[in-house]
Write a protein that binds this ligand. Structure first.
Ligand code: UDP
Length: 339
């Protein structure tokens, strides 16, 4: 059993991670300011409310507690918002992570797993993308994550911090037990929005009044809509478990980075078709303008994670990923729900 600090453990991926860690017998402390996360999503471990931007919150977090490792999810993660509010993104993501790493060094905690992103690659030269692809982000969100990767390299070199950066492709799906789900406010992600449209129709809405927009159908892809690599949240969490094991084994000398994706791309239209199959609902959509900053295709090559982390996605079938999301959404928001 280890003692693990999970920042952002009240958020989408973090809350799933906390459940998995505690089921594996680890002692978990969640540090979260609840600005984007939810208190009731922390179903295990101890919740410490605090803000990474506040150095005294971090001091009191480490005071009297000892951790074997830190998994760092807490961050702002909307591409569009990062373009209009870069100040907040650099402050929360970069300064917040700097404060966390400083607190770790002061407390002698030297194992770190970091939520990075395929947004650090920018527009890919080709797909699938390997970890050696140049990292040239096209938005502030991607830059904040890239700066942190750089910080990790420097901190490992100078202070012996050992870290693994996991570059997620499109996190999707929900806890297969239906206990936890994807909750964002506002929701901007494709799969929850398509499923919300299905719920609206099931509740008696007219399919023709659809609220679902497809952002562009003139991309250079087989059906003209964007292609993304959807990776199930549970698979992301098993990769973090493997990263913790790798750090604990002493195999990581400095900092390492791994792509986490399925290696398969699905277009926006294919996602909508899969949601129709899973829900049985006639989901309609309108095609609107491209969303700024959307590359045509982003597909990850995860061979490095397969080899070094001995990790393979289990929920690689798109319909299965969507089924898990649909089960949770139905339970939480569906017509059969009481209150
Ligand atoms: N998308 C869309 N309509 C929406 C939300 C998303 O067409 O209402 C598209 C978006 O342009 C992208 C894909 O769906 O090509 C996945 O978007 P999402 O926001 O889920 O994840 P991202 O790829 O931005 O991380």
């Amino acid at each position: 059993m280890s003692s693990i600090l999970v920042t952002g453990g009240a958020g989408y991926i973090g809350s799933h991670m906390v459940k998995m860690l505690s089921q594996a017998g680890h002692e978990v402390v969640v540090f979260d300011n609840l600005s984007r996360g939810f208190r009731d999503a922390v179903i295990a471990g101890q919740l410490v409310e605090g803000d990474l931007r506040n150095a005294t919150d971090i001091q009191s977090l480490f005071n009297g507690r000892s951790f074997d490792a830190v998994i760092h999810f807490a961050a702002f993660a909307y591409v569009g918002e990062s373009v209009s509010a870069p100040r907040e993104y650099y402050e929360n993501n970069v300064t917040g992570t700097f404060n966390l790493l400083s607190g770790m060094l002061d407390a002698g905690v030297k194992q770190f797993v970091f939520s990075s992103t395929c947004a650090t690659y920018g527009v890919p030269e080709s797909n699938p993308i390997t970890e050696d692809h140049p990292q040239q982000p096209i938005n502030p969100y991607g830059y904040t994550k890239l700066v942190i990767e750089r910080m990790l390299a420097d901190f490992s070199q100078a202070y012996g911090m050992r870290s693994i950066a996991l570059r997620y492709f499109n996190a999707a799906g929900c806890d297969p037990d239906g206990e936890l789900g994807e909750r964002h406010d506002p929701e901007t992600h494709l799969i929850p929005l398509v499923l919300q449209e299905a719920l609206r129709v099931l509740e008696g809405g007219d399919p023709a009044d659809t609220r679902l927009e497809v952002f562009g159908d003139d991309f250079d892809t087989p059906d003209g809509t964007c292609v993304r690599d959807y990776i199930h949240v549970t698979d992301l969490c098993t990769a973090h478990m493997a990263a913790l094991d790798r750090l604990a084994s002493g195999a990581v000398a400095g900092t390492e980075a791994y792509n986490l994706g399925n290696g398969n791309g699905f277009s926006v239209r294919e996602v909508i078709d899969a949601c129709r199959r899973v829900t049985g609902v006639d989901i309609q959509y309108r095609v609107s303008d491209r969303r700024p900053g959307d590359p045509a295709a982003l597909v990850g090559a995860a061979d490095r994670a397969h080899d070094a982390l001995d990790w393979r996605p289990v929920y690689s079938d798109l319909d299965v990923i969507i089924e898990t999301a649909w089960r949770w959404m139905n339970k939480r928001f569906g017509p059969k729900q009481d209150g």
